[in-house]
Ligand binder design. Structure first.
Ligand SMILES: [Zn+2]
Length: 88
């Protein structure tokens, strides 16, 4: 998997986690901790090639069922260089 838009150290990685360990009401996801939120977003980025549905349609009708392998994605970054999405 090729990932476009990688950054050595993104801004969000400087944000400390403010969760209280072992206290579920004061930790992510109940508490909006930016550090944990950005970490989770980063961890959701696929690291391996994956296949997607790529069926061919013509005039609204399915003419060929097929899949394709995605080998390259591009990250979409937010204001803290956090990963807000990715596309291929
Ligand atoms: Zn946290």
């Amino acid at each position: 998997m090729k990932i476009n838009g990688l950054i050595k150290k993104a801004l969000w990685e400087n944000i400390p986690c403010c969760c209280i360990k072992g206290d579920i009401t004061h930790s992510y996801p109940l508490t909006k901790c930016d550090s944990c939120k950005f970490t989770e977003a980063w961890n959701s980025v696929p690291q391996e090639d994956f296949t997607v549905n790529d069926d061919k349609h013509k005039d609204g009708k399915l003419i060929k069922k097929q899949t394709k392998t995605v080998k390259e994605i591009t990250l979409v970054r937010g204001s803290f260089e956090d990963v807000i999405g990715w596309n291929y």
